[in-house]
Design a protein around this ligand. Structure first.
Ligand code: APR
Length: 226
């Protein structure tokens, strides 16, 4: 199963591509979520991420997140891959979540690449690595960057070996995440999409369940339990 920004929308986390309220509404993604943008203006990028961190810390998981915790207990095996960096699946109690695009609440050293603690002394006023003093960055995957190796491998293997692939609340336009459903379909899996709108995946999906995931997923769970 793959989740995207749509599953957290009902918690109050804006999606990325909503023209009015989306997280990119005022900016082009290439101006913010790239290593080049960070190198050019780390202060601006940190301000944007601190704002998003506050937002994420202030919201609560919704019925869609909760239904997935229960779904994991109702089926023999469930692999939850998320493109979301908000950590809401984990906060709800989902285990073994594959964070395909990282986690916004973690810091990573921009030089060493390792998860890092902040130095209490900062020369630049920006978060610096307690070990080497270089700038920290959010532990997320930016445009043009690779998916963390273990996440790519685990998600790829699960997609190629599943009976049912659920795609929930994602526009299915950002690769390689969007390729997971295609890989599952090539391996003969049934593709089920849960989304308020049709997406790039809709033509490939065996079933398209239209509506908010906070309503559809509890219904799906109930139907499964009979
Ligand atoms: N329930 C289900 N789906 C919803 C809901 C909802 N309540 N609200 C919105 N959606 C759907 C939208 O119709 C859209 O298809 O969620 C999708 C959100 O799409 P995007 O904003 O593009 O988010 P996502 O697909 O997760 O983006 C993928 O792109 O910007 C990068 O790294 C970022 O992880 C992100 C990736």
């Amino acid at each position: 199963m793959l989740t995207g920004a749509g599953i957290s929308a009902e918690s109050g986390v804006p999606t990325f591509r909503d023209a009015q309220t989306g997280l990119w509404a005022k900016f082009r993604p290439e101006d913010l979520a790239t290593p080049e943008a960070f190198n050019r203006d780390p202060k601006r990028i940190w301000e944007w991420y601190e704002w998003r961190r506050e937002l994420v810390r202030g919201v609560e998981p919704n019925a869609g997140h909760r239904a997935l915790v229960e779904l994991a207990n109702a089926v023999p095996r469930l692999t939850l891959v998320t493109q979301n960096v908000d950590g809401l699946h984990q906060r709800t109690g989902s285990t073994g979540v594959i964070e395909y695009h990282g986690n916004i609440l973690r810091d990573r050293c921009s030089a060493e690449g390792t998860i890092a603690r902040r130095s209490s002394l900062s020369i630049t006023g920006l978060p610096e690595c307690a070990r080497c003093g270089e700038l920290l960055r959010p532990d997320v995957v930016w445009f043009g960057e690779s998916i963390p190796r273990h996440a790519a491998l685990e998600a790829g293997a699960a997609a190629a070996d599943c009976d049912v692939f659920l795609s929930i609340g994602t526009a299915s336009v950002v690769y390689p995440a969007a390729g997971l459903a295609e890989s599952a379909q090539r391996s003969g899996a049934t593709i089920i999409e849960v989304n308020t709108e049709s997406t790039a995946l809709t033509p490939l999906a065996d079933f398209s369940l239209r509506g908010p995931s906070g309503e559809i997923l509890p219904q799906l769970l109930q139907a499964l339990r009979g």
